[in-house]
Design a protein around this ligand. Structure first.
Ligand code: OSB
Ligand code: MG
Length: 374
């Protein structure tokens, strides 16, 4: 597979409903899309970096800078026997896994389309449908939260995740449990707590939560290990797991019992497969996270989530919860049983709507192998 040309699109889409985490409230989503050409085919990908550096230090602007100035010359105009070679080709550049993942994942789509196979098949996926859960942001009131949970449960989602932060935690969980009994429920703190909050977080233990996601800071493995000793609820790490090596250390330190995989966070599909396999070897269940992706990133996630150790429902929900219309046609749909079909066409297997992308593109660049060679 030779990558002849790369295009980047900086896009902004309004969200159907605002989304609030412990970082703040988002009304629209900025993201970078990539399109590659090679061997007479195209591939598409999406970076998970947001317009701000609150979930991660990377942003849409750092992705743009790192890809155009440093990563594109390592990838465009090069021949790869397999997309697993793309991430190693970029190791000279330190960190910036979201920028690397953008190119790596786009190359996987190109490769799968070149072979005429669905992405899931080339990634090693084994299931035809994935289990879908939802992530519900912080609301203006507990009544609104309960209404939202009711709506998503009725739509069939297999588990509910609610965002928490100091001041919006034990009461929120208590209300949801009181109203909905034993629905599969979990919470995500997005690093809003400190180890000193251990006694407070232990107050969540009676509510039989599936897990608490990322209670402490993004670079703090040892305090998570300490906290896990003080609470019964299993800890799941998200932000902390930016590389496969850190996952190895976190597992060894017993800092978590579950891991959330976002390919965009760890450098792409190949790193995700390695993380998935590492977790399987240690009997750590994984589930697929989400970052309010458009249909392009969402389709990539669905294919990856078809691997066997994705044993828990992920944050991969229907397009209509996020963007109307989406950048793909038809949008991703969730069946009444809370599952999503893995697309069976070549590559990510969804129709990318070019006109819609052009409408929401604020900046575009094309990088051609011939120009780089000069
Ligand atoms: O922590 O999982 C997270 C969205 C943006 C940034 C971080 C996170 C999230 C979500 C939303 O939880 C998941 C989704 O519905 O895409
Ligand atoms: Mg999270």
């Amino acid at each position: 597979m030779r990558i002849d040309r790369l295009e980047l699109f900086l896009c902004r889409l309004p969200l159907v409903h605002f989304f609030e985490t412990s970082f703040g409230r988002t009304y629209d989503r900025s993201f970078v899309l990539a399109r590659m050409e090679g061997d007479g085919h195209e591939g598409w990908g999406e970076a998970i970096a947001e317009g701000h550096p609150y979930y991660s230090g990377e942003t849409t602007e750092t992705v743009w800078h790192i890809v155009t100035s440093f990563l594109a010359p390592l990838v465009v105009g090069r021949e790869f026997a397999h997309p697993r070679e793309v991430f190693p080709a970029m190791t000279r550049v330190r960190t910036h896994n979201m920028a690397k993942a953008l190119l790596e994942m786009t190359a996987w789509d190109l490769y799968a389309r070149t072979r005429g196979e669905p992405l899931s098949a080339v990634l090693g996926g084994t299931r035809p449908r994935i289990q879908s859960g939802v992530s519900i942001g912080i609301q203006d009131s507990l009544d609104q939260l309960v209404d939202k949970v009711a709506r998503e449960r009725d739509a069939g989602y297999q588990r509910i995740k609610i965002k928490i932060k100091p001041g919006w935690d034990v009461d929120a969980v208590e209300r949801v449990r009181a109203r909905f009994g034993d629905i599969p429920l979990m919470v995500d703190a997005n690093a809003a707590y400190r180890l000193e909050d251990g006694a407070h977080l232990a107050r969540l233990d009676p509510f039989d939560l599936m897990m608490i996601e990322q209670p402490l800071d993004y670079d703090d493995v040892m305090d998570h290990a300490e906290l896990q000793k003080a609470i019964v609820t299993p800890i799941c790490l998200d932000e902390s797991i930016h590389t496969v090596r850190i996952a190895r250390d976190a597992i060894a330190a017993k800092a978590c019992r579950i891991i959330n995989i976002k390919p965009g966070r760890v450098g792409g599909h190949q790193q995700s497969i390695e993380l998935h396999d590492l977790c399987a070897a240690h009997d750590i269940p994984v589930w697929h996270g989400g970052m309010l992706e458009s249909g392009i990133g969402r389709a990539h996630n669905i294919h990856l989530a078809s691997l066997p150790n994705f044993r828990l429902p992920g944050d991969i929900a229907a397009s209509k919860r996020y963007y109307l219309p989406d950048l793909i046609e038809p949008g991703i749909e969730v069946a009444p049983d809370g599952t999503i079909a893995v697309p069976t066409g070549p590559g990510i297997g969804v129709n990318v709507v070019r006109e819609r992308i052009e409408q929401v593109t604020e900046r575009h660049v094309a990088i051609d192998a011939r120009e780089l060679a000069r």
